[in-house]
Design a protein around this ligand. Sequence first.
Ligand SMILES: *[C@@H]1O[C@H](CO)[C@@H](O)[C@H](O)[C@H]1NC(C)=O
Ligand SMILES: *[C@@H]1O[C@H](CO)[C@@H](O)[C@H](O)[C@H]1NC(C)=O
Length: 370
Amino acid sequence: MMKIIALATLCAYVAAATVYVGTWAESIYVLDFDESSGSINLRSQLNVGHWPSYVVLDPNGKTLYTVNEDETFRGQPKTGGLLSYSISEDGKSLTPINAFVSNGTAPCFLDVSRDSNHLLVANYGGSTFVTAKLRDGKIVNVTQVIKNTGRGPNPDRQEAPHPHQLTFDPTNRFAYGCDLGLDRVFFFTFDHSNNKLVPNVNQAYLSTAPGSGPRHIAFHPRLPIVYLTHELDSTVSTLKFDQKKGIFSSPVQTLSMLPSGVDPKSCSGAEVRVSPDGLFVYTSNRGVSNTITVYKVNQNDGSLSLVGFQEAAGEFPRFFLIDETGRWLIVSNQNSDNVIVFRRDSVTGMLSKVSSVEGIKKPTALALKL
Ligand SMILES: *[C@@H]1O[C@H](CO)[C@@H](O)[C@H](O)[C@H]1NC(C)=O
Ligand SMILES: *[C@@H]1O[C@H](CO)[C@@H](O)[C@H](O)[C@H]1NC(C)=O
């Protein structure tokens, strides 16, 4: 008993962070993450309904939002669900606050405004971009539904619009919507008083290469540059970000994310992140090559050069994040049921595996609370 108490006391002094895992199963998992050693361990699991495939923290750290990536939600047809959970002071337990329809099937991505008042939703199946009003962690109302129309050249994946991301820029004046089905990135300004997206008057969208399937963007922390991954051709583009107008340029550079010789049709590109120091960019590949691609950022123009590849230590690295210190990169491998922690070398950018948790059913997304 003495020993246990001593250990618990010690733990309070260690940097004890929490990782929340969204899944293509029925649970959100809560993991203990030790920021000093990189070790990660399962703490608990909470049933939250069908496919809580995305998780996002309110910037105030008090609420976790997730989805039910589904076709019907609590008896309502043709919609998925939005759910909010209040986070205990120590980060370790989640208590339901409320839920709301997502106004479109298969919600797959969420973002919360810096002031905690607005939620952005991408409904992959329902072809809709949605905004919702938040108050003290409660989803108060869905206030806008933008329905996309059209299709792309890929008959299997682009038979309809498929929004895959809707996210604020760091200033929250603008928002961006990647539609994988339409090969478009939509440009919006965000009307905070009316909780609404307004098509950007300078330019409404950017067309990406036909059949490329734009999935996710990441902003450089200092340079006026955005990186865009394309799921269907496994490429990453470097775009100039006009911070006055809120629009992106056509790609100044597009690179394959795959090791040479790997057929792009055998893989799908997924996540993209920039290291907090702005020196490296990381992307993930799923399929025949389950890898994280490491790029160095040219500090003059934001262009990328390949540094190398890191095996994901599992299958289908759908998502990963980098902690705020830049020391750790944490990956969720959807098809091998594991979450892996890599140490990041801040000089070379390369990764080395330090710990993992097995038995996490179909992990699809991660959120880290310090
Ligand atoms: C919810 O938002 C819709 C669309 O903007 C609006 O018509 C409705 O009045 C709102 N409901 C509440 C309770 O605020
Ligand atoms: C969202 O869906 C609900 C239920 O179908 C509907 O009543 C509401 O009008 C929709 N909201 C908007 C803003 O279209």
